[in-house]
Design a protein around this ligand. Structure first.
Ligand code: GCO
Ligand code: MG
Length: 402
């Protein structure tokens, strides 16, 4: 089999997505997601100008060799743009191979290890009462694990708070909007949120919280300790993780489990975190970290150190990535949980997928490959529109992590 063409489908069915379609001389094609929120066209140009020309004529079954060709062969390694571009190619090749062998993708990753993939969804509120109600709504829908975020008094429009009753969606059309941030009221308020949620929702639901990189290690250690009575499933991204040793300090002070890595793009971003057992869950994702080929190596490495997966799954990861993550989570042994922020109806019309939600779990379909189709005509009716993630400033005006 030979790759005959590869092209990009850049569309915006309610939000922007970059999709790579790789075609072969046997009529089988594969899809890969190359969406990097707020930097979409950088990945598109990387693929268009520097990757696609190198793919034509290659054997799509040589996934490892093509991965190494794009990673080592470029000389310039790592980085979110490069690793997202490689991921788009890699996932499309796995899709092609599984279709050619007429089997669902999970069978190429070791076969089925579980019936369904435990997922968590997002509960958000402007205040504690709204957030509690939102957790209850998601429990009524069947979710067994829910992430809770709420507005903080004195902190306008912080991360994770919905705007005008709409489902939470981080990217916004136009240039980046500015939000404000203040740590002291946040540290006071979040334990109150979880006290209220536990009290109203009982002991059984798994509760999660995303700190979104906004604390120092010592502040995160304090929050982890204060949240211990509410037995969280995890505290996510407690502080920025460029300095991996930061997590050693948090770890010494709290038994609240820790998840990190949604902004990582390489196993090397997480190497010390894993081998020192400073984290419990790895959030690095297929789309931003070199595809299934690299994520499998990272997950296998993590398994040796009792670290489980908890992959990123916000709406900026397209249904192509969600399908890949569900096949991956169905197959690997050290799967922990998968984030599930449902896509809009329009996104699901453009990307028709075979996966479904059932009583707290996501089930992959049995179609060969990833089980995702793209409606290119409908996609063309929703062209790309620039959109960015917000930025955040402290009360004194200095820039901080959003
Ligand atoms: C999450 C994430 C998202 C990100 C977004 C950035 O845990 O779901 O933190 O909300 O902010 O995906 O593109
Ligand atoms: Mg997050």
């Amino acid at each position: 089999m030979k790759i005959t063409a590869a092209r990009l489908i850049i569309c915006s069915p309610d939000r922007n997505f970059v999709t790579l379609k790789i075609e072969t001389d046997e009529g089988i094609y594969g899809l890969g997601d190359g969406t990097l929120n707020g930097r979409e066209l950088a990945v598109a140009a990387y693929l268009e100008e520097h990757v696609i020309p190198c793919l034509i004529g290659r054997d799509p079954f040589q996934i490892e060799d093509i991965w190494q060709y794009l990673y080592r062969g470029a000389y310039w390694r790592r980085g979110p743009v490069t690793m997202t571009a490689i991921a788009a190619v890699d996932v499309a090749l796995w899709d092609i191979k599984a279709k050619a062998l007429n089997t669902p993708l999970y069978n190429l990753l070791g076969g089925r290890s579980r019936q369904g993939v435990l997922v968590y969804t997002h509960a958000n509120g402007n205040d504690i009462a709204e957030a509690v109600e939102s957790v209850q709504q998601h429990m009524a829908e069947g979710y067994l694990a829910v992430r809770a975020q709420c507005g903080i008094p004195g902190v306008k429009s912080s991360y994770g708070v919905p705007k005008a009753g709409k489902p939470y969606e981080p990217a916004e059309r136009g240039l980046p909007s500015e939000s404000v941030w203040s740590t002291p009221p946040y540290l006071q308020h979040v334990p109150k949120l979880f006290a209220a949620v536990r009290n109203a929702c009982g002991d059984d639901v798994h509760l999660l919280h995303d700190v979104h990189h906004r604390l120092t290690p010592m502040e995160a250690a304090r929050l982890g300790k204060d949240l211990e009575p509410y037995r969280l499933f995890w505290m996510e991204d407690p502080c920025p993780a460029e300095l991996q040793e930061s997590f050693s300090l948090i770890r010494q002070h709290t038994t609240t489990p820790i998840a990190t890595g949604e902004v990582f793009n390489s196993i090397w971003d997480t190497h010390d975190l894993i081998r020192n057992q400073w984290i419990d869950y790895l959030r690095m994702t297929i789309v931003h970290a070199g595809g299934i080929t690299h994520a499998k190596k990272a997950a296998d490495f993590a398994s040796i150190y009792n670290v489980k997966t908890g992959f990123h799954g916000a709406t900026d990861l397209s249904p192509v990535t969600m399908a890949a993550a569900l096949h991956f989570g169905t197959a690997i042994h050290n799967f922990g949980i998968q984030e599930h922020m449902p896509h809009s109806k329009l996104t699901d019309e453009v990307f028709r997928s075979g996966y479904r939600f059932d009583a707290g779990y996501m089930m992959v379909g049995e179609e060969p490959g990833l089980g995702v189709e793209i409606d290119e005509k409908l996609a063309a009716r929703h062209p790309y529109k620039p959109a960015y993630l917000p930025i955040a400033r402290r009360l004194d005006g200095s820039l901080t992590d959003w």
